[in-house]
Design a protein around this ligand. Structure first.
Ligand SMILES: [Ca+2]
Ligand SMILES: [Ca+2]
Ligand SMILES: [Ca+2]
Ligand SMILES: [Ca+2]
Length: 433
């Protein structure tokens, strides 16, 4: 819990100093002193450990950028957590006028959080997840309650997002943490939405739900899972049950998550999750996956006095599984992205990349032949990373110094793109020559 508070403070510092980007490298220097023993950390200076690749700055001076999406070649939309602005970056130039500016509750982890794009005929649909407030940006800091964590669908016109359609309305209380908010279009063309327990750690009987593994809790309310709807906001076939919102859940038992992606080879979903200071995770998320929160976080074998029979399984339809990798000392893993291109060399093709927010690192993983597991270095065969400098960790660190990675994206050019909330920048990773 103490570590959790430290994590919140680090995030709060990042957020508070957003407007003063020159201050951020200093803040990072302070927050990273405890990791000084590792040779990888060089704060504020993104660096890769493969000399065949290079880093190019695509955009800078952004205010707490969270996530991005491509709407065309060299044509990016990027979200700002605290301003509620969606900015467009064309050929490396941030256009002066945002394409949208919403009223966002932004205390702590409330945010303009997630974006997904789908081209449907001549229309480009843009989906946004944000913590909406009926007031000005950040008015929740003065005590005003947000309306909800909401997903809207827009049409992209020449210079604006228009025709907003509310397609999902989720709780924003108790808050203000664990809103998650990463969204994406799956291979089945449906929209997948990550939402955490919205700070279920402040327990009340109304917020202890079955999807948080309170077997005697109240019925699910939309929090603590990965939800699935059509692009029109309609439910799909239920996995755990037929009543809404339970019918919407693809996975549950999730505390907080900032990243997921489908394996382009198998179509399997993977996510990253944030534990309470310990037990950050990477998971294979099969339909009906139960990540175990709030009964277990990290490996079940490391949880004292835990039994799988304590978990809610929705009449056998939900299935608990252990994570494939655990950080004991929180790294704050965020984006998960499969590089479905050979642009960076076949050695990286279809491999998994994961960002983190506390060390500014990007991790790289090969998958096993059946693609149901990560290939881990011998030193990490326990699936547990004790410290950022633990033996074997250097084998999975692909890049460092990215100052709080909040999104990874593969461009139409096949290169890897990185959003750094700490540095207020977007970077491109491409071949050096
Ligand atoms: Ca993205
Ligand atoms: Ca705004
Ligand atoms: Ca878990
Ligand atoms: Ca590989």
């Amino acid at each position: 819990m103490l570590q959790d508070l430290v994590n919140i403070l680090i995030i709060a510092v990042l957020v508070s100093f957003l407007m003063f980007t020159s201050i951020i490298p200093h803040q990072f220097a302070k927050s990273q002193q405890k990791f000084a023993q590792t040779e990888f950390v060089e704060e504020g200076k993104p660096k890769l450990f493969d000399s065949h690749l290079k880093i190019t700055t695509v955009a800078e001076g952004l205010s707490t950028p969270t996530t991005m999406a491509f709407v065309g070649p060299n044509d990016i939309l990027v979200l700002e957590k605290d301003t509620g602005m969606v900015k467009r970056i064309v050929d490396g130039k941030v256009l002066p006028k945002p394409v949208l500016d919403v009223n966002v509750a932004n205390s702590v982890e409330r945010c303009l959080c997630g974006i997904a794009v789908a081209k449907n005929g001549s229309t480009t649909h843009v989906f946004l997840y944000y913590t909406e407030i009926d007031g000005t940006d950040g008015e929740d800091k003065a005590g005003k309650q947000p309306i909800g964590n909401r997903v809207y669908r827009y049409d992209l016109s020449s210079d604006a997002l228009i025709n907003p359609l509310l397609i999902m309305d989720l709780p924003a209380n108790p808050g203000p943490r664990h809103n998650s908010g990463n969204i994406m279009i799956g291979p089945d063309k449906n929209l997948y939405v990550e939402i955490g327990d919205v700070d279920g750690s402040f327990k009340t009987s109304e917020t202890e739900t079955k999807t948080q593994n309170y077997k005697n809790g109240v019925d699910p309310d939309g929090r603590g899972g990965i939800l699935r709807i059509t692009q029109d906001g309609q439910p799909t076939d239920g996995i755990l049950g037929d009543t809404i919102p339970l019918r919407l859940y693809y996975a549950y038992g999730i505390r907080n998550s900032f990243g997921m992606d489908f394996d382009p080879v198998t179509g399997n979903l993977w996510d990253s999750e944030n534990g309470p200071g310990n037990g950050d995770e990477i998971n294979l998320v099969l339909p009906g996956f139960n990540s175990g929160w709030q009964q277990v976080q990290g490996l079940a074998s490391q949880e004292t006095s835990f039994s799988e029979s304590d978990l809610e399984d929705f009449n056998g339809k939900g299935h608990y599984a252990d994570p494939k990798l655990v950080w004991v000392n929180t790294a704050g893993p965020t984006a998960v992205k499969f590089l479905n291109s050979a642009q960076l060399g076949t050695t990286y093709e279809n491999d998994m990349f994961v960002g983190d927010v506390h060390n500014g690192r990007i991790y790289h993983f090969d998958l096993t032949a059946d693609r149901k597991d990560l290939v881990l270095p011998q030193e990490l065969s326990s699936r547990v990373i004790e410290k950022p400098s633990s033996p074997g960790v250097s084998n999975i660190v692909f890049g460092d110094g990215f100052g709080g990675v909040t999104d990874l994206e593969v461009g139409p050019d096949g290169n890897l793109y990185v959003v750094s909330i700490g540095l207020g920048s977007i970077f491109q990773i491409s071949p050096a020559s």
